[in-house]
Structure formats: C-alpha cells, structure tokens
Design a binder for this molecule. Structure first.
Ligand code: ADP
Length: 485
C-alpha cells in the first residue's frame, strides 16, 4: 500500500498554541479501511472550549482592524501551503476518512479554492451610500464582521467543509473556533498547522478535537462571546444547535441533510446522464449531502438507463483508499454500514429488485458493494431517508409534472439534478424544483464561485460566492447629519 508516515499534529490548537486537553484525556482515531489506530488526539471538554472562545474573542478586534489586503495575504499564503502540501493532507484525509486518495487530493484542492476565492473577496467588502430623504443628511452603509464564529463540521469532507467556513469568516474579519467531527479531527488540525505557518495571528483560528460534541457544542452555542454558529451536518443536530443558539440570539448558518432527486427524462442523453449519476452518487462512497438519493427515470427509458448504470457500477473498483485505482473506499463506521444494509434489505422486502451489489464487500468490515436497485417506489424508506452509502435506487415516473411533484415531496431541499435536452423543460424543471441548487445535465455542482446551500429543512445561508461572505458580515447604517449650509 502507498502512503507516507502520518505527519500531523494531535493536540488542540488554542490561542496559537498546541495544547493537551485540560483533563489530559486523549482519544483514538482509526483508519476505516483497516480499523488500525492512526493517532491519539486531545479530547477537549467544556473548559478547553471556553479557553478557545476567550482566545478567539481576544484576537477579534485586531484581526477585524487589520487592513483587508493584509488579511487577504494571510489567506492566500494559507491557500498556497495547502496546494504545496496537498499530498500530505490527502494522505491524512484518506487515513481518517477512508475516501480514495485521488478524491482526497481533489478535496484538498477544492478546499484551497475557497481560500483563493475568499482571499480575493476580502478586498471587496464594499459599502453603500443611499440617497437621503433630507438634504442635510447622508446615509452610509458599511459591512462589518459578525464577530467570533463557532464552526461545527462533519466527517465526510473534513477539509473542505471547514475550509469554506474558515476562509469566508476570516476574510470577513471574524475569528473562529472550530470543532471537527470525532471520526476525522486530523484534517482540521493539519489545517491549523498551516495557518500557523501562513502567519495567522494567535487566537484567530482555534481547533477543538473532542469525543464530547454536545458538551463542547453547548459552550460554543451558548457563550455570549460567540456571535455566530456555522454548522454542516445532520438536520437533527442542526435543530439542537439552532435551539441552543436562540438564548443569545446568534446568527446561524446551517448546511444540513439532503434527499437529492436525480431526474432522467426520456429525451436525455442517457450515457451522459449515467456519467452524471456516477459522479453525483459515488463520490465518497455515496456519503455526501448532495449525492443523488432518489433516481427518477422516465418509464420509457428505464430499462436502457438501468443497464447502462448497472455496467458502470459493476466496474467500480472497491478497495482501501490508499490502494491505487480505488474508486470506492469504506464507509465511515459500523453504524453507517448497518444503516445502508437495513435500507437495502427493507427495500428488497418491499419489492425492490437488486440489480447489482446488495451486500457488504469482502474488502473489509466497513465496505459495502456499489449497489443498484430497480423497481423502487417513492414510499419506500430508502427513498425517504438520506442513504449515505453507495446505493442507486431507480424509481420510474410517467410525466414531467409527476417527476416534479415527487421530487419536491420531501422535507429536504439541498441539491437536485435533471437531465434533458429540451431547453423549455430545463427551465421549467429548474424553477419548479424546491431546492437551493439545481444542476441540469451535470452531476457535480459545487465550486467556490457558486452559492452552496439549501432551502426547507436542508438549511439556512450560503457558502461560497460573494453571498458566502454575507453570512459573516453585519450591515451598519451610519447617518451623517448636520450637513446643511
Ligand atoms: P452525522 O450523523 O453525519 O455524523 P452529525 O450532525 O451527528 O452528523 O455530526 C456533524 C457534526 O456535528 C460533528 O462534528 C458532530 O460531532 C457534531 N455534533 C453532533 N451532535 C452534536 C451536538 N449535540 N452538539 C454539537 N455538535 C454535535
């Protein structure tokens, strides 16, 4: 197996220092491909969280006051270090998360693209002047940083989900305390090390690895020093965090679960639609919030499309992420595998046909075979729940109206996909889908220039694009009076 020695800090990063947890406890991080322990990491609790909040609060005024060009330069250096160290960061990411090394490297470069984007945006936080109703007054609007931000991030993109929060927050002049997921704390710590090398002032960015997310999260969401909570993860956890944040009226950004419809119309290029589906469905073994979760195929082309997809899925290489050519790595943990297993079993019991895969994979305990199910109905649990695994459920539909109705029949509203060559249909469907993001004739929609985010119970706020900065800024209206002659 390839891979270099794991070269990554394991202590908490607070106030510009690498620290053991207050209580000196550590926890093990293991490689999901092998089960092998790869690091012992500081296990922070409430007192560490308080120290990190105090550090971020202390660093806030000077960071906000720094000229935008200087903040931008630090972010740019941080970005350059990520690109220079992409191989090492990818190795760490694959070891803790399991995804194929090529995907991990892609994630690092994708994360770096947010630093590049927001390093540029930092210099363009423009204000406004508004025509005043009185001739002796002027109305000015400036945009100022929200203040200390708490970021809680998931395990499925341990680098990129953090990158797009921290790059935007720091560009805006905010400081941050980040709590990575317990399965994947190392990528966040590796980012903190690069921040130090990029010259980020102490306290501007702090990282708290922990196996006590609720305890640490409570400090972060209730402290009156924290002005904003930004979260990516499940809708249930998002609800808890929002509730906790109400006491101190914090701003919140929430990037939550999805149940993405992927609609293939009879007029689509079926080969391209299948390629799009592979790109959308199988990244990170199907463990992304924008993964195609329900694949609606117009009845007339179902058999042809199913066969194209089956062949592609059968050809996927399932192997540990560090092994050359791996396309599908392990799922993150035992709970994830048993969830996928249960969903597939209950779909089969309810009448779905297993066209490909359908069981665990021999590569290791946490591997699941890439799977295609046909004859799935919209009422089955597998079509209602976020699968978070390498399973394609094919659901037939008859008309455009029928497809839209069913696609929208969910509490979620993150990403949606449709394949059609009909321009009118492309517009009609894009506008009718109740989703924050719609991709037409493409299976990959996320990039730093575009506003990423959901509607309904998929979240609040946007990440990336100029809108991504707004989430970290407050408007201040300044009235200049007494200007008459
Ligand atoms: P998943 O089910 O995908 O693991 P979660 O929403 O549970 O999604 O996890 C996403 C992030 O939220 C992780 O960093 C996790 O530690 C954190 N988390 C989970 N529960 C809480 C909580 N009660 N308070 C704060 N953070 C939490």
């Amino acid at each position: 197996m390839a891979g270099i020695e794991l070269d990554c800090p394991t202590q908490a990063f607070i106030a510009g220092e690498w620290r053991a947890a207050d209580n000196k406890q550590v926890f093990d991080v293991s490689d999901p491909a092998t089960g092998e322990v790869i690091a012992s990491v500081a296990d922070c609790t409430a007192s560490d969280a308080q120290a990190a909040v105090d550090a971020a609060d202390g660093a806030q005024p000077a960071w906000a006051a720094m000229p935008a060009a200087a903040r931008s330069a630090v972010l740019r250096r941080w970005r350059d270090l990520m690109v220079e160290e992409a191989d090492r960061l990818a190795d760490i990411l694959t070891r803790e998360n399991g995804k194929p090394l090529a995907e991990a490297r892609g994630e690092i470069l994708y994360g770096a693209s947010y630093f590049e984007w927001f390093a540029e945006e930092a210099k363009r936080i423009y204000g406004e002047t508004i025509p005043s109703p009185a001739s002796d007054k002027r109305i000015l609007v400036i945009r100022q940083p929200v203040g200390v931000c708490a970021a809680i991030t998931p395990w499925n993109f341990p680098n990129a989900m953090l990158a797009r929060k921290v790059a935007a927050a720091l560009a805006a002049g905010c400081t941050m305390v980040a709590k990575p997921a317990e399965d994947t704390p190392l990528s966040a710590l590796a980012m903190a090390e690069l921040a130090e090398r990029a010259g980020l002032p102490a306290g501007v960015f702090n990282v708290l690895p922990t196996t006590a997310p609720a305890e640490v999260g409570e400090v972060l969401t209730t402290s009156d020093k924290v002005r904003k909570v930004t979260f990516t993860g499940s809708t249930n956890t998002g609800r808890i965090l929002m509730r906790q944040a109400t006491g101190t009226i914090k701003k919140v950004s929430m990037e939550l679960g999805g149940n993405a419809p992927f609609i293939v119309f009879e007029d689509a290029d079926l080969e391209k639609a299948a390629e799009g589906l592979m790109a959308s469905k199988f990244r990170n073994a199907g463990q992304t919030c924008v993964c195609a979760n329900r694949v609606f195929v117009q009845a007339d082309v179902m058999d042809r499309f199913a066969e194209i997809v089956r062949k592609k899925v059968a050809a996927l290489k399932v192997a540990p992420g560090l092994e050359g050519g791996s396309q599908i790595g392990p799922l993150i943990n035992a709970q994830a595998v048993s969830k996928v297993e249960t969903l597939v079993r209950s779909a089969a019991e309810a009448g779905a046909c297993i066209v490909e895969g359908g069981t665990r994979h021999a590569a290791g305990e946490l591997f699941y075979q890439p799977t295609v199910l046909s004859n799935v109905s919209h009422e089955m649990e597998i079509a209602r729940e976020e699968i978070f695994g390498p399973v394609v459920p094919l659901i037939a539909f008859d008309t455009e109206e029928d497809a839209i109705l069913r696609a929208n029949d969910t509490d979620y509203g993150l990403a949606a996909y449709a394949f059609t060559k009909d321009l009118g249909r492309a517009f009609r469907v894009s506008e009718a889908l109740e989703y924050g993001m719609v991709a037409i004739n493409d299976g990959a929609l996320s990039n730093a220039a575009a506003p990423f985010g959901g509607v309904k119970q998929s979240g609040l706020g946007r990440e990336g694009s100029s809108h991504g900065l707004d989430d970290y800024l407050e408007l201040k209206y300044i009235l200049l009076g007494g200007l008459g002659a």
